[in-house]
Design a protein around this ligand. Structure first.
Ligand SMILES: [Zn+2]
Length: 124
């Protein structure tokens, strides 16, 4: 079994992760670590979507962000990504640019509202 190096949060010793990176055991203090797979997947999806957005591939990024909102509707970044990429994409496609009517139209109005509500709930 292949191992990936990681550091124990309890004692600072090196711990060994199994090759699925789901479980690790510290040989020094015996602490067992279970990696939150769901959180990992979410971060991976966010990174992919952000990458596409940086490349200017707004439609592909929007698709990814929509998948994120379906799977992780509690994460504000998914909704924000939809809002940003939809408006960024449309800005470049239509010479008219920003249209205030978007705020009242679906799906933009739904994304905007969810992002707003979640942002209001976030403590920081
Ligand atoms: Zn340890």
């Amino acid at each position: 079994m292949a191992f990936v190096a990681a550091i124990c949060t309890q004692c600072g010793a090196q711990i060994e992760m199994d090759n699925t990176c789901e479980i690790g055991i510290c040989k020094h203090c015996g602490t067992t670590f279970v990696v939150d797979k769901a959180a990992n997947e979410l971060e991976q999806l966010i990174r992919m979507a952000e990458g596409l957005q940086q490349l200017g591939e707004y439609e592909n990024a929007l698709e990814k962000y929509q998948k994120i909102t379906e799977k992780y509707p509690q994460d504000v970044r998914g909704w924000l990504g939809c809002v940003q990429n939809y408006s960024d994409g449309a800005f470049r496609k239509e010479p008219g640019g920003w249209d205030a009517e978007w705020l009242d139209k679906e799906p933009f109005s739904v994304w905007y509202q969810k992002a707003y509500l979640l942002a209001m709930m976030t403590p920081d």
